[in-house]
Design a protein around this ligand. Structure first.
Ligand code: ADP
Length: 257
């Protein structure tokens, strides 16, 4: 399988803080690739670097074998932070504004509304949308211009259980349409349910990379990392301990590390 993204020995300092330490991995084309780690482990920094928003202190990355900028502009849709939608405007109008700002054609607004299943509610004000619908609109905005690569930072963060389920289903559908998806998450259950591949990162260090199945099947007892288990999946704590003896699952990372 060819790589859509190759990351080679990337490090990043913020002053004295080392946020990433010599991180290398490859993202296979067509994968749903999870970057999994507790809060503060360097996930957002890594996504910022490969999206050319931040500069690495050292190391290189290639998109499809080339230095990034043109590929990033033309082929990648992002959801790195919640977009600023206008509450008093409809979903459709908000997308029209987003298309203008991003210099994407307005002709595919109907197409992206259909993909995220908001066509029926396109004339409703954004303020009347559920949390899941708001996030689906944000993903619709990332889909403008029909990118074949999507980069999402914690796409289910802050959502209620219904919203989380909606977004996970949508990500699987987008993958089924052939898109490569790279997503950061601090929730093991999410990566297990949605991703085909995973890189586990802790305190800026890459701890394990591979297919989700390979990682879950590795029973070396190696102390890999500590993962926060989302409040929606507390029942899986025992399962995690059984499946992944090298991983310590806790309800909340607060005060643990
Ligand atoms: P994550 O996305 O996994 O929560 P981040 O990439 O946001 O992790 O942060 C990694 C580390 O870098 C943390 O220690 C964080 O406090 C630090 N950091 C992130 N952004 C900045 C910044 N702009 N200035 C200084 N330190 C930062």
């Amino acid at each position: 399988m060819s790589s859509i993204l190759s990351i080679d020995k990337i490090s990043k300092f913020y002053g004295p803080i080392k946020a990433l330490d010599n991180v290398s991995f490859e993202v296979p084309q067509g994968s749903v690739f999870g970057i999994l780690g507790p809060n503060g482990s360097g996930k957002t920094t890594l996504l910022g670097i490969v999206m050319d928003i931040l500069k690495a202190s050292s190391g290189t990355f290639l998109w499809n074998g080339q230095p990034g900028s043109e590929v990033i502009r033309q082929r990648i849709g992002t959801l790195l932070e919640t977009p600023n939608f206008y509450h008093y405007l409809s979903g459709e109008k908000n997308l029209a504004i987003a298309a203008e700002i991003k210099q994407r054609g307005k002709e595919d607004i109907a197409r992206v509304l259909e993909i995220v299943n908001l066509t029926q509610r396109k004339h409703s004000k954004f303020s009347t949308y559920s949390l899941g619908m708001k996030q689906r609109l944000a993903i619709a905005s990332a889909l403008l211009g029909n990118p074949d690569i999507l980069v999402f930072d914690e796409p289910t963060n802050g959502l209620d259980p219904a919203g989380i389920a909606e977004i996970r289903t949508l990500i699987k559908e987008l993958s089924g349409q052939g898109k490569t998806i790279i997503m950061a998450s601090h929730i093991l259950d999410e990566v297990e349910k949605v991703c085909t591949h995973v890189a586990i990162i802790q305190k800026g260090h890459m701890k394990a990379v591979g297919s989700v199945r390979e990682i879950l099947d590795s029973r070396g007892g190696q102390q890999i990392t500590v993962l926060e288990v989302g409040s929606d999946d507390l029942a899986t704590l025992d399962n995690i301990a059984r499946l992944m003896p090298g991983i310590t699952a806790v309800q909340s990372i607060e005060g643990y590390l």
